[in-house]
Design a protein around this ligand. Sequence first.
Ligand SMILES: O[C@H]1[C@H](O)[C@@H](O)[C@H](O)[C@@H](O)[C@H]1O
Ligand SMILES: [Fe+2]
Ligand SMILES: [Fe+2]
Length: 306
Amino acid sequence: MTILIDHPQFGAVDEAQEQTVQIDEKKLLLDGGFLVPHTNSFGHTFRDYDAESERQKEVENFYRINHINQTYDFVRQMREEYGKLNRVEMSIWECCELLNDVVDESDPDLDEPQIEHLLQTAEAIRKDYPDEDWLHLTGLIHDLGKVLLHPSFGGLPQWAVVGDTFPIGCAFDESIVHHKYFKENADYNNSAYNTKYGLYSEGCGLNNIMMSWGHDDYMYLVAKENNTTLPSAALFIIRYHSFYSLHRSGAYKHLMNEEDVENLKWLQVFNKYDLYSKSKVQIDVERVKPYYLSLIEKYFPAKLNW
Ligand SMILES: O[C@H]1[C@H](O)[C@@H](O)[C@H](O)[C@@H](O)[C@H]1O
Ligand SMILES: [Fe+2]
Ligand SMILES: [Fe+2]
């Protein structure tokens, strides 16, 4: 059996051109046939950053501020500061509940509480990949880094937490949403940072590049430093799920190494559920909670440092 993925295969550059890609079942197992909706709950196509809607202006303004402020120096400081994980001690589930108060201003497709998005993603994956419990849990936790918005984490501004991510320390690719606002970023005219390779080299591996700061990199640090037993593909998904210019548009592939190429296949499977499961159909939290608690127990310590 083969599975159908409805976005361009890695390497394809034209986002607008919908393409059907077949993935080998032996590598990625089976897909039970998650039906991809054509429009989001506002009646627009997904990830349309120009469609006129109540949210369009807010989202564009979000990216303007994000692109101006995500500089090499800023990211270095944030990684160092938040990498200490000395702010809060709590379980994974407690964090899911904290996220209930959080709204993501960068997302044109979603205005539901975040816990709904986590469960919708996880449950859609579970239906199609019943045996990959690690992938269900990855769905549940992939956005937990958004707790950085919460007052107990210093209440970071939206531009430092959500939205698509991109490499810092080399040129900003044109496929990044609202690219024009990078012109006001201090790194844009810095010759150390504004070339194709910048600080990096061919095939150096994504692990060696600095990404814009936000919920992806933070949650990756939390999972790794608290010694999760999730596989490397799970950590890769958590860390790069907002890196759309790579996994959707095929930019920056010259920085990947072989392990990244393997992990990217799982990220592309994951992305389908992360993006297209966003809907108004709510999941009954109490019904599914025992299952997810059992997964958390399998892959994480009871309390984590955040
Ligand atoms: O607006 C969304 C949202 O912040 C998601 O959590 C993130 O993963 C996406 O990349 C982004 O487009
Ligand atoms: Fe996310
Ligand atoms: Fe998400």
